[in-house]
Design a protein around this ligand. Sequence first.
Ligand code: ZDP
Length: 299
Amino acid sequence: MNERYFYLRNINFKFMGERNMKFQFSKWHGIGNDFIIVDGSKEQIEDYNKTAIEVCDRHFGIGADGLVMILPSEIADFKMRIFNSDGSEAEMCGNATRCIARYLYEQKLTTKTKISIETKAGLIRPELVFKNEQLETVKVDMGEPILTAEDIPVAGSGKDRVVHKKLSILDKSYQITCVSMGNPHCVIFVEDIDAVELEKIGPIIETHSMFPKKINVEFVEVKSKEHLRMRVWERGAGITLACGTGSCATIVAAVLNEKTGRSAKIELDGGDLFVEWSEDNHVYLSGPAEEVFRAEYVK
Ligand code: ZDP
């Protein structure tokens, strides 16, 4: 937090009155998980990591959980890169993928309703689903979950799965289940989600030495076999209103812990997402994607 503050203060001193960056962007959200989307084939940004810190800041910048660059791809229709609000790059992003699919279609950058997008975690395929010519939802084939500890990565468990394993933090112990959806997640089922001090426990688990690439942390309360309530502490972004990859990791963890069937509604602070861990081993994520405004950033 402090580092970010000093970084921002420096930019403000350095560039006061000076304008050296200019780009068009569009602000989107997937149930309150918000992104600045930039078409990198048209707009020039020199340093994605530093720019993400600057523009995601909710007081000194535009304000968002992440900066998403859309870039040309040689193996898919488009390539996406996602930077968290702390400037770190994530491999994958479920909610942003839905936003991008709708953005590309509405901006007429593609006529396809099913798009392939290259990410650092492989190809993912969002699909715009229409009903009576109205967009009903954006459904994403998020690919297969990764459950092998060393691939998630979780240290110290080799090729085993990390399902319902004990983790002691401060004076409490938690049962954790770890899943990678391209990016790493640690899912913890609790009796009472409102009693979880997410702001306190989230960053401790995120940066625990067990997780060499840090980790996204999801606390989940089981409401029924088809309904989970989830709150998330995101790696590199802190508390956010929703997390798409986190919802996918949650359904996988719920099945592995015999809490639900293979599909469920995930109730998040910003709204609901629908997830299914299909028999073909792919996880499907559905939910809304909304544009908020378009503007030009000038600094
Ligand atoms: O893995 C990470 O560092 C996440 N913070 C990336 C963002 C994930 C996201 N919330 C999602 O919906 O998958 C955008």
